[in-house]
Design a protein around this ligand. Structure first.
Ligand SMILES: NC(=O)C1=CN([C@@H]2O[C@H](COP(=O)(O)OP(=O)(O)OC[C@H]3O[C@@H](n4cnc5c(N)ncnc54)[C@H](OP(=O)(O)O)[C@@H]3O)[C@@H](O)[C@H]2O)[C@H](O)CC1
Ligand SMILES: [K+]
Length: 483
């Protein structure tokens, strides 16, 4: 079933803290939320592990408070549990109350204590992480050699960015509450969390609704694919134009075949020179091929969407063509050569609808990628006014208004030659069908990942993929998105 946008919402640790405050201001009980959080961790853990010597590493805040609840609930089930407290909870806090209800062993926070554990529950820091992890906390987590279950996030992982601050341990399981955080989906956070369980701890809807989310998990429900009615004809499904060059004619062809398969009414390959036109004419019979120069096609206003870059050289001419198409008021997806042609001059991409850089192209255009890639993608979108798809295993789709989606359905094998051309073609095909740029970019990224997942269904991990394998899967990906 398609999830609702609110179920796809991601909240940063600060936003989650605001939800917490709103819940408590609205009459919810802090200790009850903590008991529900601890119970969710204990439940998830009991499902996956057999009773064994379990050590709870408890920090001074509410993350530690959750840990004391876990200790109590596991012990009640007969587990051999002990707690090692990094620091005592603040007197009078909910965590202090949870700690007072723990009557079992409290061991010194030492390497010897850790060495005896068969399972570690990391309840040191969660949403309240305020600085780099160091000292005994970092040393203890670095020394863990047994499965680790993280409460909310592996301690040290920044829930807003997915980047470790100082250090974050590798968890087998992470149990989080109410909403996922960007850091659960952004690499390396996604890998460090292991399996992620999202538990409902009874946060009131009104409290959750009091914070407007700015980030989302990318999935159908965040966008809808265009509807196709009987009264529609090929022009109402848009016309995509894709200029292509002699150096890499396959790139433009892959983009064009993808745009057709995602429902664009007409797709034209606009040849840069006559030799390329000859090559293009040997392609799919349903593709239109036009003779050079591509600019001649601008007079036809029905050519509403253009994909510029796959297989084009990163030359000033490519950038000049992009400017002419943008100035003619067309929706442009800028990829590959069109992006590299704009190295160091991001303003030249203003007016494009969607930019699809991988990390290397992003750095060339916008400068070295900062550790907070979500913020970097948002910055690039704000500077250019375009939707930016920062491609990777955790592609970030950022809109100029600050909305962002994180895509997490792409298998690693998708990092292959031509894969980006398919993505650009999908985005162009959806733009031509009048999807707004953010929705078109999100849908393209999801369909791309889904097509790859379908192409690899049943294959052993590590099985390679070529971009052409995606094409026959696009129909099934479409169907999956509309269920
Ligand atoms: N709505 C919910 O999701 C609920 C979540 N719960 C749990 O609560 C935590 C968040 O609790 P909070 O008390 O806000 O924060 P933490 O427990 O993560 O940590 C705060 C304390 O840790 C100190 N700190 C922070 N970073 C470091 C560091 N690198 N080294 C040493 N000490 C650190 C911090 O010190 P300050 O000096 O910054 O004050 C605090 O003492 C959430 O993650 C959930 O697990 C609720 O239980 C239920 C509702
Ligand atoms: K933690």
């Amino acid at each position: 079933m398609t999830p609702s946008p609110s179920a796809l919402a991601l909240l940063t640790p600060d936003e989650m803290a605001a939800v917490d405050r709103a819940a408590i201001a609205g009459g919810a009980s802090g200790p009850a939320l903590m008991r529900a959080a601890g119970a969710a961790v204990a439940r998830a853990l009991r499902k996956r592990f057999r009773p064994c010597r379990t050590l709870i590493l408890a920090g001074p805040g509410n993350n530690g408070g959750d840990g004391y609840v876990v200790a109590r609930l596991l012990e009640r089930e007969g587990w051999p549990v002990s707690v090692a407290a990094l620091a005592p909870p603040r007197p009078g806090s909910d965590a202090a109350m949870a700690a007072a209800e723990w009557r079992g062993p409290v061991l010194p926070f030492t390497p010897e204590t850790l060495a005896r554990a068969q399972l570690v529950v990391d309840a040191l820091f969660g949403a309240g992480l305020s600085r780099e992890l160091d000292g005994p906390a970092a040393a203890a987590l670095r020394a863990v050699r047994v499965p680790l279950v993280a409460v909310d996030v592996p301690s040290g992982l920044d829930g807003a960015t997915g980047e470790p601050r100082g250090f974050a341990p590798q968890a087998a399981l992470t149990v989080t509450f109410g909403r996922l955080k960007p850091g659960h989906l952004l690499l390396p956070g996604r890998e460090l969390c292991g399996e992620v369980v999202l538990a409902d701890i009874g946060l009131p809807e009104a409290a959750l609704a009091s914070v407007a989310p700015r980030a989302f998990r990318n999935a159908p429900g965040l966008w809808r694919l265009p509807e196709r009615g009987a009264q529609h004809h090929k022009f109402s499904h848009g016309h995509v134009t894709i200029p292509g060059g002699a150096a890499m004619p396959g790139a433009a062809r892959l983009a064009a075949m993808s745009a057709r398969r995602i429902g664009a009414g007409l797709v034209t390959l606009a040849a840069e020179d006559t030799a390329t036109a000859t090559l293009f004419r040997q392609g799919e019979p349903g593709l239109l091929v036009s003779a050079p120069p591509p600019e001649d096609l601008l007079a036809d206003e029905r050519r509403s969407a253009w994909v510029l870059g796959p297989g084009l050289p990163p030359r000033p001419e490519t950038l000049a063509l992009l400017r002419r198409v943008v100035e003619a008021g067309r929706h442009v997806v800028a990829d590959g050569g069109a992006l590299t042609a704009a190295a160091g001059q991001p303003h030249t991409l203003q007016g494009a609808a969607i930019l699809t850089p991988h990390a290397g192209e992003f750095a060339k255009v916008f400068g070295a990628l900062r550790r907070d890639r979500l913020a970097a993608a948002r910055m690039a979108a704000a500077v250019t006014g375009a939707v930016v798809v920062l491609k990777g295993s955790d592609s970030i789709i950022a809109a100029p208004d600050g909305r962002a989606a994180i895509n997490n359905n792409a298998p690693p094998a998708l990092a292959t030659a031509g894969s980006g051309d398919v993505l650009a073609g999908l985005a162009g095909g959806l733009l031509a069908q009048n999807l707004p740029p953010f929705e078109a970019a999100c849908a393209a990224a999801w369909l791309h990942g889904q097509a790859a997942t379908l192409a690899l269904a049943g294959a052993a991990p590590g099985t390679p993929l070529v971009a052409e394998d995606l094409l026959p899967q696009l129909r099934a990906a479409w169907i999956a998105a509309t269920r």
